[in-house]
Design a protein around this ligand. Structure first.
Ligand SMILES: [Zn+2]
Length: 381
């Protein structure tokens, strides 16, 4: 996430804090300081830091549950409105979705129970009264209780909303479940907005987050659904120019002028031996390697995509490849033989069409629609 600094890592997951978090810290310290002087300011800052340590624990709850189901967590980021655990994907199946969504609030609830229970044992019932006189332990315990309960509200994509979505998925299917949960989430966001306007500006921020992020995730689910049976076959360019290993860099660069292809598979003895991209050729030419064979500048470590690769998975691989300078990847059949190339722009185009087709039918409950065929070379059996 842009504007976030890594402050450490827990269980192999990077924990970072967004710079806007410092504004919250300063704001709370100033508010406490204005009431009770420097000591109170320090206490306020300490409370916020401890509170966000428990927020990290909440996010780790999600992350550990996700790991149990084989889903990696990319990082955990602390924002003023709370924490975000970025999972590589959120499972669409009911059980993993439910467990991962509820694991965070469960951790917050447990922390609250331990802290408030401890305060009750040590100080009696009066110690639990909220207010400025409450101990740090009680304030932290109450905050975690609030964190637990607030996150359980069915405001998709907050935890309660994700749990609702997962539970619904068991009955109405994944796509309809996402649409219902997002609709409930929008009602909740509107409520947050109204209450936020009257009382708490943070609630307004959360309302905005729920509304925008919910819409984005609903859209992504629609695209995934529309493309669920599509494989790279649907985006495959079969008529591609391949290079024999002896081709010189200069000859290969000449082919770039046609503009039809920027990546060239290098095939020797009927086998794919590497891929060379426009950037590789241009750099080699600039370095004076025009007469060198392409085998000296090609990439040998490009894993080809099998024909049966789902389009959504191919899209992720293509994005990684594009970051490394290749905008297309070779595709091979079951026998490992090269059958063509699949390009990032083609797949992105298919996804955009799927998104448009999905947006054209915004009625919940309609689980069936088919994306219009677009340049599809054929469909995998
Ligand atoms: Zn959570």
């Amino acid at each position: 996430m842009r504007g976030a600094w890594k402050i450490g890592s827990v269980a192999g997951i990077a924990v970072q804090v967004h710079w806007t978090f410092l504004i919250l810290l300063a704001w709370v310290a100033l508010a406490y300081g204005a009431e009770g002087g420097p000591a109170a300011a320090l206490r306020g800052a300490l409370l916020i830091c401890l509170l966000f340590a428990t927020v990290v624990a909440h996010e780790l709850g999600h992350a550990m549950a996700a790991r149990w189901f084989g889903v990696r967590t990319l990082d955990i980021t602390l924002l003023p409105i709370g924490g975000v655990a970025r999972l590589e994907r959120f499972p669409e199946e009911a059980l993993p979705g439910l467990v991962i969504a509820l694991a965070g609030p469960l951790v917050s609830g447990l922390i609250a129970a331990v802290l408030l229970g401890g305060a009750l044992v040590v100080g009696g019932p009066l110690a639990l009264l909220p207010g400025p006189g409450a101990s740090l332990v009680v304030q932290l315990g109450l905050a975690n209780l609030l964190l637990c309960l607030f996150n359980l509200l069915p405001a998709f994509p907050m935890d309660g909303g994700r749990a609702l979505r997962a539970a619904l998925a068991a009955f109405v299917g994944s796509l309809a479940a996402t649409r219902y949960a997002a609709a409930v989430g929008r009602v909740m966001a509107a409520l947050f907005g109204v209450v936020g306007l009257m009382s708490n500006p943070f609630l307004l921020l959360i309302a905005l987050f729920v509304w925008l992020q919910g819409a984005a995730e609903e859209q992504a689910a629609l695209v995934r659904h529309a493309l669920r049976r599509r494989t790279v076959v649907d985006a495959l360019a079969r008529d591609v120019r391949v290079l024999p290993p002896g081709t010189t860099v200069a000859d290969a660069a000449m082919l770039l002028q046609h503009g039809l292809q920027q990546e060239f598979p290098v095939v020797g003895d009927g086998r794919l031996v590497g891929v060379v991209g426009q950037g590789d050729l241009v750099r080699a030419l600039a370095a004076g390697f025009g007469r060198a064979p392409v085998t000296e500048v090609m990439r040998r470590d490009v894993a080809p995509l099998p024909l049966a690769t789902p389009l959504t998975a191919a899209y992720e691989r293509l994005q990684e490849a594009a970051a490394a300078g290749l905008r297309a990847l070779p595709v091979v059949d079951e026998g490992g033989e090269l059958v063509g190339l699949v390009g990032l722009d083609t797949v992105a185009g298919l996804m955009a069409v799927a998104a448009a087709a999905a947006a054209a039918r915004p009625r919940p409950g309609r689980d069936r629609f088919e994306m219009p065929a677009l340049g599809a070379a054929g469909r995998a059996a």
